[in-house]
Design a protein around this ligand. Structure first.
Ligand SMILES: CC(C)(COP(=O)(O)OP(=O)(O)OC[C@H]1O[C@@H](n2cnc3c(N)ncnc32)[C@H](O)[C@@H]1OP(=O)(O)O)[C@@H](O)C(=O)NCCC(=O)NCCS
Length: 185
């Protein structure tokens, strides 16, 4: 999948060192629920293989976010799938030196379109620590609507966090597209 500045492609085992380098940063790991810290050396290979097997059983679809200009992997983005409900949960991280350039928003927008148009999902949602504005701002910017906050719902590194949920229905997504195309006429 291509956007203005990014190429989103499937993972390969060659990505493991770069994933360890970027996701090994505490500032990247601390606002996620599943990136280990410290990142055990050599373990990203196992992570990638686990992803391949989860993809085979249609539990997840993951993309490497790569910068077109440098061709480097700069982050990961995925949709966790709940097939019976035609529902997907977005999750993403971007390497710290690439923050604040709009890359997270650009990749999330592409995945939202992929989830509705290619995977035919009925709903896409995402959750973020309320203390992580970078993440919930992405959700707002791509058009997900705030659904509510679950108080102290998770714990990370010894501290509890409130989780804000955002979601979008396929019918809302399509309405928005129709509106944009009418506005452009
Ligand atoms: C969250 C994350 C993906 C944001 O990626 P990014 O590429 O920097 O995001 P963008 O540049 O597209 O910015 C999106 C919006 O968030 C805002 N933002 C980004 N970081 C922010 C911060 N630390 N504080 C406040 N706002 C922030 C941006 O200003 C932008 O909003 P604006 O256009 O209204 O100014 C990135 O910081 C990250 O990977 N963090 C660690 C992992 C993580 O938290 N993942 C999400 C778990 S739910």
């Amino acid at each position: 999948m291509e956007t203005k500045r990014l190429l989103l492609r499937r993972l390969t085992t060659d990505d493991s060192e770069r994933i360890e380098e970027l996701a090994g940063d505490y500032d990247v790991a601390k606002s996620t629920l599943n990136i280990p810290h410290p990142y055990p050396k050599g373990s990203a290979i196992q992570f990638i293989e686990n992803i391949f097997s989860a993809e085979k059983s249609e539990k997840i679809i993951m993309f490497a976010i790569t910068e077109k200009e440098s061709q480097l992997l700069i982050g990961l983005i995925n949709i966790n799938l709940s097939a019976p409900y035609k529902r997907g949960e977005l999750a993403y991280w971007v390497g710290k030196q690439y923050w604040g350039k709009g890359y997270g928003t650009e990749a999330t927008k592409a995945l939202l379109e992929y989830g509705f148009n290619q995977l035919n999902l009925n709903k896409i949602f995402a959750a973020s620590f309320t203390s992580n504005p970078g993440s919930w701002r992405i959700m707002e910017k791509v058009g997900l609507k705030y659904e509510g906050t679950l108080k102290q719902h998770v714990a990370r590194f010894g501290q509890f966090y409130d989780l804000a949920y955002y979601g979008l229905l396929k019918e809302e997504f399509e309405k928005e597209i129709q509106k944009k195309s009418l506005d452009n006429k």
